[in-house]
Ligand binder design. Structure first.
Ligand SMILES: NC(=O)c1ccc[n+]([C@@H]2O[C@H](COP(=O)([O-])OP(=O)(O)OC[C@H]3O[C@@H](n4cnc5c(N)ncnc54)[C@H](O)[C@@H]3O)[C@@H](O)[C@H]2O)c1
Length: 247
């Protein structure tokens, strides 16, 4: 049997949030496996992230349907195929739930749920042709009540449920849909809280593997899920949390 990583060579992937901590690590892991990567992000640094990977950066706001469509057009236009979609773009608003503004709540839903779902919808035809797969970056906060990020957790619960439902509906086309649920990953999103010594120590005490993760820890699991090694895996939500969720 061929090595599952070598089977990724020549495939085409779209990774959203590719200028961020987790998305950039996923894009790099895919490029190392000789996939062609289209990275999408609102941050213009996406161009310089993708350039050394010989991929393509698309800079734009994913809440605009034409932006996600343009990433798909790039994939088809440049390679004639689309095999993998990873929804890693996401935002967090850290506040007590009762204090969040309507605008902030709507923005959380628009980026974390609606934009991710729309991209999958737009990509379904191409993914059906390639028998491809989707990985959504959810969160442990999808099924835990975490004070300070309750609305964020609700959007991740929605994304998790979408992943399972889409896995059921798209299975007939040979398209797999999975999610990963990261614990605490050291990225710009968590820099504030993980920079606080007390918070850091309290969380660390509950992580059996006794360290926080980096983007590569998540990227390797995503690579497994999109590879042929996971060909009979769909609809799962895989924690990548050093065991935090079992303590
Ligand atoms: N860091 C963690 O501990 C952690 C834990 C669980 C889940 N997650 C999830 O992992 C994903 C990646 O997070 P990260 O830690 O890499 O954060 P990050 O802030 O480093 O990266 C997120 C990226 O998404 C991009 N983005 C945000 N809104 C966008 C929009 N409207 N259009 C296009 N791009 C947009 C940002 O520009 C940024 O580059 C997110 O979905 C996050 O919710 C992170």
């Amino acid at each position: 049997m061929a090595d599952s990583h070598s089977q990724l060579a020549g495939k085409t992937a779209i990774v959203t949030g590719a200028a961020g901590g987790i998305g950039s690590a996923i894009a790099a892991a895919f490029a190392r496996d000789r996939m062609f990567v289209i990275g999408l992000d609102a941050d213009p640094r996406v161009h310089s992230v993708l350039q050394p990977m010989k991929g393509v950066g698309v800079c734009g706001d994913l809440t605009d349907a034409s932006v996600s469509q343009s990433a798909i057009d790039e994939a088809i236009g440049r390679t004639g195929r689309l095999d993998v979609v990873v929804n890693a773009a996401g935002i967090q608003k850290r506040t007590d739930a009762i204090d969040i503004s309507d605008d902030d709540f709507d923005q959380l839903v628009a980026v974390n749920v609606s934009a991710a779902f729309r991209l999958v919808r737009q990509a379904t035809k191409a993914l059906s042709e390639s028998k491809g797969s989707v990985v959504n970056i959810a969160s442990l906060s999808a099924d835990r009540a975490v004070p300070g990020i309750v609305p964020y957790g609700a959007t991740k619960a929605a994304l998790t449920q979408l992943s399972k439902g889409l896995a059921v509906e798209l299975g007939q086309y040979g398209v797999r849909v999975n999610a990963v649920a990261p614990g605490y990953i050291e990225t710009p999103m968590t820099a504030d809280v993980l920079g606080q010594a007390e918070f850091r120590a309290a969380k660390l005490a509950r992580i059996p593997l006794q360290r926080f993760a980096d983007g590569d820890d998540v990227a390797d699991v995503v690579t497994f899920l999109v590879s042929d090694a996971a060909r009979y895996v769909t609809g799962v939500v895989l924690p990548v949390d050093g065991g935090y969720s079992i303590t």
